[in-house]
Write a protein that binds this ligand. Structure first.
Ligand code: ADP
Length: 379
């Protein structure tokens, strides 16, 4: 029997109180519609099923003939090393991973259950933020140097996040460099409100900067990134903080916000421009850490074919890019200041004589989810 062509794909990002969606025609990879339902369970629709009913109403005729639905899911643990059809068995496996994302996972999985009700008979595919990393990351990068019982009992290890974005820009960079994905070596930098870097060897992740949770690695909008665990213990002890309070401090009240009064990189750049010392230091800390990881990851992959930048900051902030690239002279990387003026488009921003090109590639996680949805159902 000939397989049904998967053409019209709905992409759903179901959060705790909001639901974002995009509808694609995958024959031409064009977006037909996009939207957002907010205040789910707090003034707006009562639950995710009600939110989806609103999506159907908003889409009108466009909601007819949807062939498949792709869902963004925060955490796939070590179970999901690729996107997967969310059968009953896979839903049961995913539910066991709620402990890794108690806030996001119930909403992500709730979105799938709501789709099963509203779009009867339409297949749901899960696309996991961790899968691209966990599929290929070696243990020497993925394990923490603590008693292995914590890994065995609790799954404490590095998983990494933003995998869908790193995968999208890896594929786009390979195409741009005219290399097969399986032979491309990259350092991919997703710099946004949350930021992560990945070391890509032969098209797969060999290391990434986020860890068990998205708290590790870069200096972010409100997250501290890398910190000595003993510093966390010292604060808990001195201020008699509970783990939950400490979680809020490190995830929501640190990073650029704590250092310079705003989590928004544009505000920090504007303040630094006016001579604000705290903002200046915050930007230098952010850029320093990105450069530090680029150097390390370039070594790990045996030399990058390109450094790729994406995300709200990577795509738009010439100031931050300049501060990062200024630090990469030892790799023979040179900036082209004129090309660096670019915003939100694919462009090489390194100078002609640069030993490694630096390329801006706008990410498109929703399209990546739609592509994976088609791929899973075409198997
Ligand atoms: P999220 O991680 O929430 O998806 P984004 O990728 O949208 O976030 O990135 C948001 C960040 O991008 C914010 O810090 C914002 O200030 C920054 N940003 C967006 N446009 C610019 C710009 N023109 N200059 C500097 N920073 C920018």
């Amino acid at each position: 029997m000939k397989q049904k062509e998967i053409r019209k794909v709905l992409v759903v990002n179901s959060g705790s109180s909001s639901l974002k969606y995009q509808l694609f025609d995958m024959k031409s990879e064009t977006r037909l519609a996009k939207g957002l339902v907010e205040r789910i369970g707090c003034g707006g629709p009562k639950d995710h099923a009600a939110a989806l009913a609103q999506v159907v109403a908003d889409l009108g005729d466009a909601a007819k003939g949807i062939d498949a639905i792709g869902h963004r899911i925060l955490h796939g643990g070590e179970v999901f090393t690729d996107s997967a059809l969310m059968t009953k068995a896979n839903m049961a496996k995913a539910k066991k991973l709620v402990k890794f994302g108690p806030l996001h996972m119930p909403a992500n999985l709730g979105g799938i259950e709501a789709c099963e009700k509203i779009f009867k008979g339409v297949p749901n595919v899960g696309v996991f933020d961790t899968a691209f990393h966990i599929a290929t990351m070696p243990d020497c990068a993925g394990m923490y140097a603590i008693d292995p019982k914590y890994y065995k009992k609790m799954g404490i290890r590095k998983y990494g996040f933003h995998g869908t974005s790193h995968k999208f820009i890896t594929q786009a960079a390979a195409k741009f460099l005219k290399k097969p994905v399986s032979r491309v070596n990259l350092v991919t930098c997703h710099l946004g409100n949350g930021s992560s870097l990945a070391a890509i060897k032969n098209g797969g992740v060999v290391d990434t900067s986020m860890g068990l949770t998205p708290l590790a690695g870069m200096v972010m909008g409100t997250r501290c990134g890398d910190i000595d665990a003993a510093a966390v213990l010292a604060i808990m002890e001195a201020e008699k903080r509970t783990p939950a309070e400490m979680d809020t401090i490190l995830n929501k009240k640190s990073g650029l916000l704590a250092l310079a009064g705003s989590s928004d990189c544009r505000d920090i750049c504007a303040k630094a421009e006016k001579g604000d010392k705290a903002a200046e230091l915050a930007l230098e800390m952010l850029a320093y850490r990105v450069a530090l990881y680029i150097g390390a990851y370039n070594t790990v992959i045996g030399g990058a074919d390109a450094i790729v930048m994406t995300g709200g900051i990577g795509e738009n902030s010439k100031e931050v890019r300049e501060r990062i690239i200024r630090r990469l002279g030892a790799l023979g990387i040179k900036l082209d200041p004129k090309a660096n003026q670019v915003r939100g488009e694919l462009k090489v921003i390194s100078a002609r004589g640069s030993k490694i090109p630096v390329v801006i590639i706008p990410t498109n996680e929703e399209l990546m989810i739609a592509r994976d949805t088609v791929k899973v159902l075409s198997k």
